[in-house]
Design a protein around this ligand. Structure first.
Ligand SMILES: C[S@@+](CC[C@H](N)C(=O)[O-])C[C@H]1O[C@@H](n2cnc3c(N)ncnc32)[C@H](O)[C@@H]1O
Length: 285
């Protein structure tokens, strides 16, 4: 039985995925194939260099030490895994996307990191050993069954569990563009406050820290940006759409010293963190 917070979470995620599926059949699954096809682009933006200046990395360093075994759930190409590895005993990176993990493995090899293990699979289906610190960054809003995901994270961590999620509505920023093409507002996803609500419903007691993260995505040209926004806006790849997007983005993007970027310089993100082991048993919340 899901409690009210978990039910709300489930409905928000399912409605959003259903909308994506309606606009681009196959996309609503948001499975390994989806992330495989975006792995290279994602890795080029979310590098280890960007991780070390991220407030979440600083929080992870405070939670870990030389002897820590660390687990990164939904690691992607491993920006946090690879940044942490030189400072801890081991890092296990779990992700269903083989391509994302290939990038992580390759980079671990090139930089001589021998304490990184990559496990391919969803968190729900993967078996891993307990870790002192288990965290998941920008994954939970993709997962409809949040209690299952969170209980497992809690059960695997022995000292600290952490979640990193956006604390702003990317949809609100994109809303004028979304409505321009689709005519209605986008189905909203769950927010970090919904995550706090679910955690409390499960009996966990998270501390919440809201941090500012620099927006890092830059484009060389408006045409590059149009490709990316077409994907984010779930639009078909036609010459008309490309032309229209180029026109709109030309007025909307800001030229910065390192390229074209979205109007905001930073966006807020939330770090939710708790001591594991305090949850109520499944079936009672
Ligand atoms: C937005 S990326 C975040 C990557 C990385 N954590 C970061 O912050 O750079 C989301 C990642 O979550 C992974 N993912 C999606 N569903 C998952 C699940 N059920 N279990 C584990 N990973 C999942 C995807 O394959 C993808 O690599």
């Amino acid at each position: 039985m899901r409690g009210p917070a978990a039910t709300r979470w489930y409905k928000l995620v399912q409605a959003r995925l259903a909308e994506m599926e309606r606009l681009q059949p196959g996309r609503g699954a948001m499975g390994a194939a989806f992330w495989d096809s975006r792995a290279k682009r994602f890795a080029s933006r979310m590098s280890v260099a960007t991780a070390t200046t991220d407030p979440f990395y600083r929080r992870l360093r405070r939670a870990t030490g030389r002897r820590s075994a660390v687990l990164d759930v939904g690691a992607g190409p491993g920006r946090f895994t690879l940044a942490l590895a030189p400072h801890v005993a081991t890092v296990t990176a779990v992700d269903p996307s083989g391509r994302m993990l290939d990038i992580c493995r390759r980079q671990a090899r090139t930089t001589g990191l021998e304490n990184v293990t990559c496990i391919c699979g969803t968190w729900e289906e993967t078996e891993v050993a307990p870790a002192h610190v288990a965290f998941s960054s920008y994954v939970l809003p993709l997962v409809a069954d949040a209690p299952r995901f969170l209980r497992k994270l809690d059960a695997t961590a022995t000292e600290r569990a952490l979640l990193y999620l956006g604390a702003h509505s990317a949809d609100a920023i994109m809303d004028p563009l979304w409505r321009h093409f689709h005519g209605t507002p986008r189905k909203p996803g769950p927010t970090y406050l919904d995550a706090v609500d679910v955690l409390r419903e499960l009996g966990f007691d998270p501390t919440v820290e809201v941090v500012e993260v620099p927006t890092r995505v830059r484009f060389k040209t408006v045409a590059d940006a149009a490709k990316d926004y077409r994907d984010q806006l779930c639009l078909p790849d036609t010459p008309e759409i490309r032309r229209e997007l180029r026109g709109l983005l030309g007025d909307w993007l800001i030229l910065r010293s390192d390229g074209l970027g979205a109007p905001l310089k930073t966006v807020p993100a939330a770090i939710l963190s708790w001591r594991p082991g305090a949850g109520v048993p499944a079936g009672t919340s």
